[in-house]
Design a protein around this ligand. Structure first.
Ligand code: IVH
Length: 673
């Protein structure tokens, strides 16, 4: 077929694009597009070149692998070239590969393949002379790579001296990679230090291996797996690839435990499925599996084409990352009230499924990743893990892209949304009322240490909510016998028992009731402390921060949660409804009101003679008084020592009572037991 101007233009365009992205990936370790997008460009170019002979060219990126060696490393020539692999993206393409091989070999038999995981790292060649590691090199362009011996010597599982009797010259090919755990750890550290965060373990491994300072490499959690033979001094040592791998193991070289021999296409398909199933659980990332004709004689007669051997193929897994557009950000309310920003995406295939929603975790993450609505973002879906937005392509940001905003009101129930003190998470404060939280709230309310409603377990709560019989906690007290009996797995007897248990639970204690409300950070003990202190629910509901902080064991976080909970009108409504349903508890007069000076506020100013200011303050507080730092019309009295200044003036101006030290002393003595 003759190529038209359109095809010519597209091929030139694709070459430029592929070269550019090659450079970003291989040389700069900083890719801009996902592997899937790169593969698509590469394949489009390959297809055009295959179709139009006139468009083929030896300098096309399809004829060359990887990028130039970076300046700073010495160049080394590989004794035997480092080949790459052809890819198969479907079972059909795999079957074609097998068919081609059998045709070329005129084989009657099924082909036996060595099946191996395809590690996603960086190809490295090791050169051993008389069993000693003398050189390590990157692949580079396949013929010439970079000398990275110093760096590879720091990788713990690469032997510096081989065991047994290896050939005098031995080139070993393998993949240097970083475990997922190691990757997470170094990124965490980098994030803390405000440094550069790597996009994925492959880039982290590549960046680490190509460090000019090998001391830095030594601190990176790298490892290597060996999978092929390069040049070797002794001919005819092996007949099968499996023997090569087993010799590697004997010499002390690391080889993946997941390697197997399989037979024919069906064997390959089975292996692909097995490894696919454990992919997410493997400690390192793999992007596919590799099948290699096991017989070395057969390999030799098949030979190689420009960049890859005819006897091997990579069966790729669906890419775990893809780029798409962020259409909007919505907020999902979890069962504990946490609001999670969720990305609404232009649908895209990731990890083999169509993804149109992904988590953005929290507002801090959005800010850290600089994600804006309208951006192109990279979405990742690994295994069964919830898809997430991993980064944004800032360089492609369209005009008008804007930051998502956390709503002030809960999208489910309209209650106020607040940020947890010192945490990244935002929460709905309508714990008792909110539809998203109702199941958890009711389960907690009924639990043994709360209102202890026997028979109202987690399963039944879910049934009741799902059947629409219960919306808010107080609805449980309106349940009728017939309604309960209509539920699945609910007999007459248990329905009656539940009605009785509900009735019984109405007679409770304030401590249990406060605990049952499910206020964050208010456990059983704190609930009891609050109950003892305030004596009745109304005082607790009205308490301001200062009053709450005066309660032993109540710190600022608890005080804040308690205040926010009761500040939410929806929660107050439910509490009123519960009281109206007949919930009651013995009302002790609050301990606080029993103290003689409760409700009064004193201000100390000037120098006292007999007492220090702290002593005076402590004695006043012991009697229930509040001691404030500034004078207002609400101040009960100002106690003025000698050389009192502006506070005394203010008291006089406001008409606040002024006492001297003697009057204070007699006040204290009157009430102190
Ligand atoms: S064999 C003779 N086996 O994948 C063919 N390669 O996309 C040389 N890779 O350059 C490669 N795991 O960096 C082979 N078990 C494995 C592999 C593997 C990962 C990498 C290697 C190669 C690239 C090709």
């Amino acid at each position: 077929m003759r190529a038209g101007p359109h095809e010519r233009k597209r091929v030139a365009e694709l070459r430029e694009l592929v070269e550019y992205h090659n450079q970003r990936y291989y040389v700069l370790d900083d890719p801009e597009i996902s592997d899937a997008e790169y593969d698509a460009l590469f394949r489009e170019l390959q297809t055009l070149e295959e179709r139009y002979a006139a468009l083929r060219s030896s300098d096309s990126p399809t004829q060359r692998v990887g990028g130039e060696p970076a300046a700073g490393f010495e160049q080394v020539r590989h004794e035997a070239p480092m080949l790459s692999l052809a890819n198969a993206f479907s079972d059909d393409e795999l079957a074609d590969f097998d068919k081609r091989i059998r045709e070329r070999l005129h084989a009657e038999h099924e082909i036996v393949y060595s099946a191996e995981p395809k590690l996603d790292g960086l190809a490295v060649s090791l050169r051993y002379e008389n069993g000693l590691l003398v050189q390590a090199a990157t692949r580079g362009d396949g013929t010439t790579g970079e000398n990275i011996t110093g760096n590879v010597r720091t990788i713990r599982n690469v032997p510096l001296r081989l065991q047994g009797k290896p050939p005098a010259l031995l080139e070993v090919r393998g993949e240097v990679y970083m475990t997922r755990k190691g990757f997470a750890a170094i990124n965490e550290k980098a994030r803390e230090a405000g440094g550069k965060v790597f996009a994925n373990p492959r880039n982290a491994a590549a960046g680490s291996v190509r460090q000019l300072d090998s001391r830095i490499t030594a601190r990176r959690p790298l490892a290597m797996y060996c999978y092929a033979l390069g040049a070797v001094s002794d001919d005819g040592l092996f007949e099968e690839h499996a023997q090569v791998l087993s010799a590697f193991r004997d010499w002390g070289l690391p080889v993946s435990r997941e390697t197997e021999l399989v037979t024919g296409v069906q064997g390959c398909i089975g292996y692909y499925a097995r490894v696919g199933a454990i992919r997410a659980a493997l400690p390192y990332e793999i992007d596919g599996v590799v099948f290699k004709v096991n017989s070395l004689t057969e390999q030799a007669s098949l030979g190689s084409v420009s960049r890859a051997p005819r006897w091997a193929i990579a069966r790729k897994f669906p890419a775990e990352e893809a780029a798409t557009q962020l259409l909007d950000v919505e907020f999902q309310v979890g069962r504990t009230g946490a609001l999670t920003p969720v990305a609404r995406l232009r649908p895209v295939t990731v990890g083999g499924v169509t993804v149109s929603n992904a988590t953005l975790h929290n507002m801090d993450e959005i800010e850290r990743k600089d994600v804006r609505i309208g951006d192109s973002v990279v979405v990742r879906r690994a295994g069964d893990v919830i898809p997430e937005v991993v980064r944004t392509l800032v360089e492609e940001r369209p005009k008008g892209a804007h930051m998502p905003k956390m709503p002030d009101a809960c999208p489910v129930c309209g209650s106020a949304v607040v940020r947890e003190p010192e945490q990244a998470v935002h929460r709905c404060t309508g714990g008792l009322f909110c539809g998203a939280q109702r199941k958890e709230a009711i389960k907690h309310f009924a639990s043994r240490r709360a209102l202890d409603i026997e028979g109202l377990g987690d399963k039944l709560v879910e049934q009741l909510v799902e059947a629409g019989l219960v919306e808010h906690v107080d609805d449980i007290y309106a349940l009728q016998l017939e309604q309960l009996q209509s539920l699945e797995r609910m007999g007459e007897k248990s329905a009656q028992n539940l009605i009785d248990a509900l009735q019984h639970s109405k007679d409770t204690t304030l401590g249990r009731f406060v605990y049952a409300l499910g206020i964050r950070e208010v456990g059983e003990t704190t609930a009891q402390t609050l109950a003892d202190h305030f004596g009745n629910i109304d005082s607790l509901m009205q308490a301001d921060a200062e009053t709450l902080l005066a309660v032993g064991d109540v710190g600022p976080v608890v005080a804040e949660h308690v205040q926010r909970f009761f500040a939410e009108p929806h929660n107050r409504e439910v509490i009123e409804a519960l009281r109206a349903a007949g919930l009651h508890w013995p009302e002790g007069p609050p301990r606080e009101t029993q103290r003689p000076l409760t409700g009064s506020t004193y201000v100390l100013t000037g120098t006292l003679e007999a007492l220090t200011r702290d002593q005076a303050k402590a004695r006043l507080q012991a009697l229930g008084a509040r001691v404030a730092g500034s004078v207002s019309s609400k101040t009960t009295a100002v106690i003025a020592g000698s050389s009192a200044g502006s506070k005394l003036d203010k008291a006089e101006a406001l008409g606040v009572t002024v006492m001297d030290e003697a009057e204070l002393e007699s006040l204290l003595q009157r009430y102190e037991a």
